[in-house]
Design a protein around this ligand. Sequence first.
Ligand SMILES: [Ca+2]
Ligand SMILES: [Ca+2]
Ligand SMILES: [Ca+2]
Length: 1018
Amino acid sequence: MGNFWMTVIGLAVCSFHVTFHGTAEGIEIRPGHVIPVDKKLSQDAVQRLFERGQHEVYRGKELETIGMPVSGIATGQLYLRGDGTLGVWQIFNRHVFSGYGRDNYRTYRPDSPVDSGFAVVLEKDGKVVAKPLNQDFGIVEFAGEYPIGIVRYREKGFPVEIETEAFSPFIPLNAKDSALPATLFHVTLENTSQDTVVVSVLGWLENAVCFHSAKAVNANRRTRIIDQKGQTLIVHTAEEAPQLSRAAAPREKTILANFEGEDYGRWRVAGKAFGKAPARGTLASQQKVSGFQGEGLVNTFLGGDRPHGTLTSPRFTINRRFINFLIGGGNHAGTTCINLLIDDKIVRTATGKNNEKLEWYFWNVQEFEGKTAQIEIVDRFSGGWGHINIDQIELSDEPQKGPMGPLDELADYGSMVLALSKKGTSPRGIRKLLASLDDRDVEIHTQQDVTYPVTKRQSAVLATRSVELAPCDKCTFIFVLAWFFPNHPNGREYAARFDSAVEVAHYVSDNYDRLTGDTKNWHHTFYEDSTIPRWLLFRLHSTVCNLATGTCQWWKNGRFWAWEGVGCCRGTCTHVWNYAHAPARLFPELERSAREMQDFGEGFDPGNGLVGFRSNRAYAADGQCGSVLKAYREHQMSADNSFLKRNWPRIKKVLEFSISRDGDDDGLIEDSQHNTYDINFEGPNTFVGSLYLAALRAGEEMAKEMGDERFANRCRKIFESGRHLTVRRLWDGEYFIQLVDLKKHPKHQYAKGCLSDQLFGQGWAHQLGLGYIYPPRYINGALRSIWKYNWTPDIGPYNAAHEPERWFAREGEQGLFTCTWPKSPYLAAGVRYKNEVWTGIEYQVAGHMVWEGMVTEALAICHGIHERYDPAKHNPFNEVECGDHYARAMASWGVYTALAGYEYHGPKCHLGFAPRLRPENFRAAFTAAEGWGTFSQRRDGRMQRERIELRRGRLSLKSLAFVVPEAFWPVKVSVTAAGKPIESNYKLTNGRVEITLSKRLTFFENQTLDVTIERRGR
Ligand SMILES: [Ca+2]
Ligand SMILES: [Ca+2]
Ligand SMILES: [Ca+2]
């Protein structure tokens, strides 16, 4: 142990000196550059970065921000909140853009719009107490690490401690079983008292089918509680409301307003938008208004969109089941709308659809029959479509055929299930328990088959049988929540496998051992079988949850598609996804579908090889190069070369498009380069340039594999020229700059600035085993400059001097700015987003630093993110940018693979590791094309031992590579597989030992490959 600490501290201190005192002597930093060279990292702080540490446990105020996704990949967004309750509930095919900067980088508790929960039930001395598992329990602790959430409850005097474990199956390389619209709950009760106790658990769930449309459909919700396959299930559905029977024949409808009069009658007018009387059709400079009845209507385009106003009806009694009306005009919730008010509270609202044509709409108001109400028409918007059109408001027992369409085609039509893995108790037993639950907003019932109006909120409950627990005894109850909402515009992959939430729940139960076992196996392999600091593992794996949020979709046709962040910026944007390595390493099948169905499919222009960066026909220079790099990565993550063979002609064409933008084959792209900063860079620069050179190298390698020597040579030639010219023209002595004429291009350039992304392509090249694209000393120097000039222990002073467009960090927090100008005047009109901090770029830079041995700096950058996303301030599972759960954050996996120095080429059966963190005793999980497992390396004395242990699937190997310390001359390399010696030979180049096995070996679960490398001497 003592020896080990010496090593860690030694490494850290060494790195310190080089960083802070070893560079840039004699180079002047501009006085206004308020980023300190001294990063204020104490030796203690550095030591803490490297400590393995403890499992994080959060409590108290920290619980409020936490929301860990517990839905399956691309099945919606459902949070396990810090107190173990469920939140967000965006499983109904609608994802709301969460805004950016100040909007989503704020401290808040995720909402919980659907009623659900669990309660522990204690029977004692003939009395029954049910205690809900939520924040009101005595002491609540959250100990989740994605993908498994854990919440613990205990209270003084309460004889039972409870632990809830919640997760959706998550199994690397098994995308389908990781994309189930289901969540598993293990509720474990432990008797911590001296007496025997009798306990059980209640679970309840609201019927939220038609969650969004409930107020505008004529339907009923139906709930059944059934016993099936030895389980008890709550099954929630919805159905068309039956036609009224003769006995309840529809009453005659009454017209509340038709706006045919000379004025608004008893309606009260305020403001200018409504004028003194109803409009007569289309107003001046308005597009044609149609769809209204008679001559008159409400039309607030009076004097254009600018005026505001309200029109309020007299009070009336709701005496029919529906309110029908015609609506058109602006689609601005709350500002161009019609509202129904009861007791001055808005109970229904509707807006237009940015269309002048009026269409029927209706509100289901059965629950309000007999109440007094008012209707209010509102125009509080002055921008485009800042007006509203309304006509023919009627009270009726029959809904007018609305714009919503048939019930079973609605986006939020489907089913929901809460299942108990065993048979529950009788309804009578539950009723007794319910009596002891606190007051509730949502009515809760135990009826076995009940139908009620869709507008009514109602939960159903089930209870486990009672169990007698002796002191220290434990028992676990298993619940499965499942949902099925197939009516996504592009369909849902899960709907191709299942027909209902009941089927999903049964699938989970039928495969319970495997799904649970594999998920826990991965969690254990990643978090427990590792020497990597626990906080870092938490951070790097947390962003993977973005796959299980509204950001990602998996369509019925098999295509993986994504926003940039939840609800915003469509089209699996090539340049944003340039950073995200996690999905490709964990679920390569998903990324291959994005390549084949988007980059080389819908987004591909066969005429010239352009990859439209949002699956359109628009060019982004960084995204175009990235499409080549991703193709090579997806090939490397394949078991054979069929992916490359199928796509090579198109991959080559994509690269040729970039070469055509280079223009003269000199390896520099000089023209206008649209990119991920939503601007265009002009002239040569290493942001796009390094991606281009890395793409040329990837192209060269793929061409060789395909036997296309000519193209391979062409790529190499352009690459060599570009590499040479870049160093000659763009190196400023400390970092790479952009060659641009600021007189010609005054806006959006960085010129002599220090761009954090300036070596993006080099980081990629390391990820793909492509080696150096610029000479190492320039790479090293530039990375150190990025650390020195762009990373700050407190973003406050710099952002006080230079306000960012959007805020993703606050005063007092650490961060890496996207771009600064340490040695030339600050460019106020320079690169967009220059004063912002993006976690995706931070991970990109940190990952690259790890490859170059700057481990301390890399860990400091990652820890800066970890502190910003401390649950005292922000949800640690939601790194935001433009929208929540931003895809770029999945760059974190690039840090993870770098720490292991992971290199892999599936079709070549090659696997290698060169741990950068504590190489004398390193262990970490890895993934390959068809299997995953754990890798470890130990150095002691004359021996270096490598072990690859497969945990799941299979792995074929023909060659291996490891790194030995300096002055370590191997004399003997031995390989054993599953305990048997394997013939091999090796060669040593610059400390790298490359081993070739005499034949290809295939390993299966729990088989082990051992390599010992023995050095000369004693
Ligand atoms: Ca009318
Ligand atoms: Ca207006
Ligand atoms: Ca050129």
